[in-house]
Write a new protein. Sequence first.
Length: 267
Amino acid sequence: MDESEQGAAHKYLTVRDHLATLVAQELRVGDAIPSERHLSQQFGLSRMTVRQAVDTLVTDGVLVREQGRGTFVAPQRIDFEMRLTTFGEEMRRRGMEPATTVLTAQVVAATPDVATALEIEPRQKVHFLYRVRSADGTPICIEQVWVPVALAPTLFDDGPPASMYEALRELGLAPEWGEDTLSADEATDTEASLLGLGDARAVLRAERRTYSVDSATMFSRACYRADRYSVWVPLRAPRPALVPRRRLPGADSVVPDDTEATAGGRR
């Protein structure tokens, strides 16, 4: 990179850092940032360089563009950590007040895909809960939840529970592990209306199977606002693989599987 390129990169970063500081120290959610023309004049840069700095912050979810209106400070994104916790627990952990609007709570016949996920026969009865979850008054996600009636016949006796996980714990079906499948998608008209989405209709979809011991106890589908959620997955260095050991026919000793014994020892 020559000196002119280094200078351009430095100026671009200067604008980006200036805007990030404004967002952190002066502006509030929904406030407009200075116009590209103003920033161009302030820093003596081209509109293209300023736009590049703004684009970076839009991509990072710090700013949001609204067609025909301008660029504004975006609401804080919530990191969607891959943990077996409830929506309410996650929101309270972040200092936000959760709320739920129940749209449907009834017993229905399991469709083939739901039955496969719950490892039951199609048409078996399942509790079905359809609801919108909010945080600090803002709709965040739409959830559909299914639980086999045979496992928890009294689940809806007192109305839909505020926490499905807590209700399962009380019935002796404490969630112990689960598996998620995530995908990016565009919201349907109904989902966009329920979530209060505008032109930006990107959503994060999550399917989860929850298990108690060896039995699938709950299956859920959730649709999250992509402008308010990001996925956070903790990683760790791989551990040495555990190699099963097999016993040699007619011998008391065992050797590791996929390993040959040689006169000089193992290799």
